[in-house]
Structures are given as structure tokens and as C-alpha cells.
Ligand binder design. Structure first.
Ligand code: SF4
Length: 209
């Protein structure tokens, strides 16, 4: 609310600004009945000067509010600036066998989704896939997952294998690090990366339509 009252057009989480806001808060706090004042400010913030859509017409301090005077009440307070993090892209494969199970691989212990079960990256199994299924039979909606240092755009492609080809794939990959995953009876113990869980759910919803 202080950011609006003083029309501060910067992100208020900044340390220097926090100090200024603290000084302003102290300046406004009366010597007498400070507790009542603080309670009133909290009530005003909760009911009138809400973070979104403040009710300025009902506000008892509207006359002296700089944001109201400058037409900035909807723009303030300024949100935390977003970090400009790079975007990476990957194509993940949902390879399904004739029973409708999906092929999962365990990720290496370190790195992205370390030790969790995931869908194979198309690039990493390109040669095996080329022999088994030339084209995806379906695609799902692209999803965006944000890590601390980059965003990952995931394009899922669905491939269908017959029994023989599914067995071949399983044999080619290390069986202990691979599994055919039944989306209708998901194994509770299988640790899935969050976006993989989301993709499998998206796939299950599509299949059950
Ligand atoms: S006039 Fe509007 S923006 Fe200013 S303090 Fe009141 S409710 Fe908040």
C-alpha cells in the first residue's frame, strides 16, 4: 500500500527500497495509538487497497494517494522483474507397445531429473527408433517447464510399436534401466520427474477420450 500511496514505480523487494519503505512506514506511524494505526493499515490493505483491483472510491486516504493522483493504482506495486533465462528445447518420445504401455528410461544419477524415470529423448534413441518406427503416430501439446537456470520446451511425440519391435527395443536398451509403464496402473514406487508425470497424465486423458 505504501508503494501506491507514494507512487513508487520500482519493485519494492529491492533492498535499498525496502529501507526507504521502512523509513516511510516509521514516518507515518503516530506516537499515540501506534497499535490501532497498524491494525487500521492492515485492514485497509486487506479490504480496500488490495494487491489487485484496489477500491479507491471507498478509500479514506484517496485524497493524498499519489498513485490515485497519477492514475497508477492498477500498475502499482511493480511485480518482481522476471529473470531472462534461456530457453532449451527437447523432443520426448512416448513409445507405446501393443498393450498400451509406455516405455520409460531411468535418468543418469546426476544432471537433470537425476535418478528419476523419464521418457527417452528422441535424440538419444534416434538410431534405435529409426529402425522401429519411422514416424510418430501422434503428437501431444508442447509443455514448458521452468528450472532455476533455464526453461525447457518439451515436444512429446507418440510412437506405436508392435510386440516384436517392443521386445527388440527393450532388449536393445538396458532392461534394468527401462520399464514398460502401465498408465492405468501406475507403479507407486516409480519416481517420475514432474513434467513426465504431467505428460503421462495428458497422454492418459487423450487416450481415454
Ligand atoms: S487510493 Fe487506491 S491505491 Fe491509493 S491507497 Fe487508497 S485504495 Fe490504495
Amino acid at each position: 500500500m505504501l508503494a501506491r500511496y507514494h507512487a513508487i514505480e520500482h519493485w519494492t523487494g529491492d533492498t535499498k527500497l525496502q529501507q526507504q519503505l521502512w523509513a516511510l512506514a516509521q514516518y507515518h506511524t503516530p506516537d499515540k495509538r501506534a497499535g490501532d494505526y497498524t491494525q487500521a493499515i492492515m485492514d485497509l490493505g486487506a479490504t480496500i487497497c488490495r494487491r489487485r483491483k484496489p477500491s479507491c472510491l471507498l478509500c479514506p486516504i484517496e485524497e493524498n494517494c499519489q498513485a490515485a493522483a497519477k492514475g497508477l493504482t492498477e500498475k502499482l506495486p511493480i511485480a518482481k522483474p522476471k529473470k531472462n533465462i534461456p530457453l532449451k528445447q527437447v523432443t520426448l518420445t512416448l513409445i507405446r507397445n501393443s498393450k498400451g504401455e509406455i516405455f520409460l528410461q531411468k535418468r543418469p544419477p546426476s544432471g537433470v531429473w537425476g535418478g528419476l524415470w523419464s521418457l527417452p529423448e528422441k535424440q538419444s534413441i534416434a538410431s534405435e527408433l529409426a529402425d522401429l518406427a519411422k514416424q510418430p503416430c501422434d503428437t501431444l501439446e508442447t509443455i514448458l517447464h521452468t528450472f532455476s537456470h533455464f526453461r525447457l520446451e518439451i515436444t512429446p511425440e507418440v510412437y506405436q510399436l508392435d510386440t516384436t519391435k517392443a521386445q527388440t527395443l527393450f532388449a536393445v536398451m538396458e532392461a534394468s534401466e527401462s520399464v514398460w509403464y502401465n498408465i492405468n496402473q501406475p507403479a507407486q514406487t516409480l519416481g517420475l520427474a514432474a513434467p513426465i508425470k504431467k505428460l503421462l497424465q495428458q497422454y492418459a486423458n487423450t487416450v481415454h477420450l
